[in-house]
Design a protein around this ligand. Sequence first.
Ligand code: ADP
Ligand code: MG
Length: 334
Amino acid sequence: MAHILAEARTPLDTATNPSPAPQAARANAIEARGLRKVYRASGGQPEKEALKGVDLAVPRGSIFGLLGPNGAGKSTFINILAGLVVKSSGKANIWGFDIDENPRQARASIGVVPQELNIDPFFTPAEILELQAGLYGVPKRERRTMEILKAVALDDKAEAYARTLSGGMRRRLLVAKAMVHNPPVLVLDEPTAGVDIELRKQLWDYVKALNEAGTTIVLTTHYLEEAEALCDTIAIIDKGRLVACEPTQRLVARITDKKLIIRSAWPVTPVMAAIDGLRTEITPSGALSVQYNPLEAGAMEILDRVRASGIEIVDISTEESDLEDVFLQLTSSH
Ligand code: ADP
Ligand code: MG
């Protein structure tokens, strides 16, 4: 696999001389500014603002996670970059190529593995890659169909009808298809939906190898754990807005937050719960829950402050705050 990945990371050697990208754009593989998408009302569905002005930069060389619940706008974002969805407003560039001003080079710079496993069942993997290469104007002598199929462990299926491939094989075929024009940026939209654990691991190993050989990877997922395991930077999108974008380590530090559940002699009221400088909540049973980061504050200090606010503590327990809590915390203020 290494030799096919070690090729120069320029989009399409055959592309017409691209105009030089602005210097500022060069550090980033993808840049979006104020990206907005409104889907028109149709078939009884009301108009939908799927992206509400997203600013985002994906550093070159990273494995970047775009994380968000279903309907957040992840695929819309990806599909605008891929040229499959027309944005309503805003700017975007890929590898320094503006998607409006240099659509051809922008598109040549990105390979997208779509969320849906739509593969023409009557073509073979080899045919599908050849067709795709033709679509991207890769000359016959530069095509590497068998090498790419080998890289995704489908070389023995090169001549099999696509309809006979399993879900995992189809996913790998779509990865191969996205790579035929050797793009410097590879985007995988929810790549593990319907992929079993063994194949998931294989897919991640392959993605990591591609990244080590220089390909910038963007993956969308609604699993925080998946993004955490793979990505060096994680952006969180919710209801069409970006709510976080930071190095995974820093995001994970928030995930190490703990919770103190404090029962008082009387049910805690919102007024009592509003304690300066503490992240508090009232549990359904009327206890006070305080979220804190053990690296920043000790439980004793927190208990002192709770007591000082007049709450009479009768019982204490602790809870790890789970990923879902952090996610809610990040997305609830928008
Ligand atoms: P995600 O990939 O994060 O699940 P999507 O980008 O697919 O989110 O969808 C964002 C929102 O836009 C959702 O509310 C979805 O229903 C809506 N949407 C997506 N595609 C279309 C479309 N073609 N027409 C109308 N609404 C759409
Ligand atoms: Mg999606």
